[in-house]
Design a protein around this ligand. Structure first.
Ligand code: UT7
Length: 371
């Protein structure tokens, strides 16, 4: 029986503190008018001193697990996609695993800048489809305010903090994550990076004096790259399912710049209404932007069971990718919606898993015996 990976839970965590374009006017040589016309961004959230990438990630994951009706101890795998990890190592995902009490989960970070959430979702879905795991939590989380230079008007006006998470669960019911495409062009690695603090240029008094521990970006080449690949990746993933842009109910893009999204919409010959946009309120939260936008799309009633949704993004690396999913929602009955049926379903499911394990054990014994 083929297995499918369904998105059954979602959650987000957004810091309370709002930094407006007006606030930025007092920090760097910029204006609300410049930021709004060039980017579409009006405000962004900034993490409180006691909030970190891991704490935001854990808060988003807790919300997602609640929506799915899944206990932390039932999670097999946690992937945190981030460009602002707590440390170079250990992985932020391991810290999140402990915060959640997900005692049976493996955990690792995935670094693909703003495209990270799409890559992580695809990896988790593949692991579920092969039968190697049953339940995964995929998180995009950032505290970019800690790694941008607040004196650099080219970057500090763009970014914000936040986290978003999905729960993925396996089932034999068709649907869920259908196809994905993942791409990278490392020849553009220099145009968006944190130059120092890694093993190539370790942190020193000199690197700090030159601000090489902050995000550095050449905006124009990234903009040109983004306007090319957003439509390209969307078409490519749809072609895998023999679909066209018209077949898609909602596109949830990486929230970087409204002008990039308008070009993508034009290239795909779709109206902007088909795109989920919330960058005006949160700025660019890098790999957290797609799951945060998804949570808001659900809250606004823009995603219903059976809808076809494309997640598409680009970012440092340079990386880009797209993922096509059929929206599911909590399955088959959420414990709070229908506790009786949920208990019955949970019993049937755990019996099914026990049987599956028995069959697998039997098959491998036969193989070992040369049967
Ligand atoms: O997740 C991926 C992350 N990166 C991106 O998505 C970035 C993609 N790139 C962009 O979104 C755009 O390139 C930016 C929004 C970053 C910049 O917009 P732009 O239209 O490409 O502006 P520009 O860099 O060409 O700069 C135009 C002018 C320059 O002045 P001069 O040389 O024409 O006198 C800049 O110095 O605007 C100036 N400028 C600013 N002025 C006011 C640059 N930043 C600012 C600012 N406020 N914050």
């Amino acid at each position: 029986m083929p297995r499918y990976a369904h998105i059954t839970g979602w959650g987000h965590a957004l810091p309370e503190h709002v930094l407006t374009n007006k606030d930025l006017e007092n920090m760097v040589d910029t204006s609300d008018e410049w930021i709004v016309t060039r980017t579409g961004i009006r405000e962004r959230r900034i993490a409180a001193p006691d909030q970190t990438t891991a704490s935001l990630a854990a808060d988003a994951a807790t919300e997602a697990l609640k929506v799915a009706g899944v206990k932390p101890t039932d999670v097999d795998l946690i992937i945190v996609a981030t460009s602002s990890p707590e440390h170079i190592f250990p992985a932020t995902a391991a810290i999140v695993q402990d915060m959640l009490g997900a005692t049976h989960a493996g955990a690792f970070d995935l670094s693909a800048a703003c495209t990270g959430f799409i890559f992580a979702l695809n990896m988790a879905a593949q692991a579920i489809r092969t039968g190697s795991i049953d339940t995964a939590v995929v998180i995009g989380a950032e505290t970019l305010s800690r790694i941008v230079n607040w004196q650099d008007r080219n970057t500090c006006i763009l970014f914000g903090d936040g986290a978003g998470a999905f729960v993925l669960q396996g089932s034999e019911e068709p649907g869920g994550v259908m196809h994905a495409v993942m791409h990278a062009d490392g020849s553009g690695a220099d145009v968006l990076s944190i130059p120092a603090g890694g093993s190539k240029i370790p942190t020193s008094a000199d690197t700090v004096a030159h601000g090489l521990h902050y995000v550095h970006m050449e905006g124009r080449p990234v903009f040109r790259f983004a306007t090319r690949v957003m439509a390209e990746a969307t078409r490519e993933v749809l072609a895998k399912a023999n679909l066209t842009p018209d077949d898609v109910d909602l596109i949830i893009p990486h929230q970087a710049n409204i002008r990039i999204l308008e070009v993508a919409a034009r290239n795909l010959k779709l109206p902007m209404e088909r795109f989920m946009v919330n960058l005006d309120r949160y700025g660019n939260t890098s790999t957290a932007s797609i799951p945060i936008a998804t949570v808001e799309a659900v809250a606004q009633g823009r995603l219903r069971r059976g809808d076809k949704v494309v997640l598409v993004g680009f970012g440092g690396g340079l990386t880009y990718g797209a993922l096509l999913a059929e929206w599911t929602g909590p399955f088959p009955d959420h414990p709070e919606v229908n506790p009786e049926r949920y208990r019955l379903w949970a019993r049937v499911r755990s019996t099914g898993l026990r049987l599956k394990r028995k069959v697998l054990a039997h098959t491998s014994r036969e193989e070992n015996l040369g049967g």
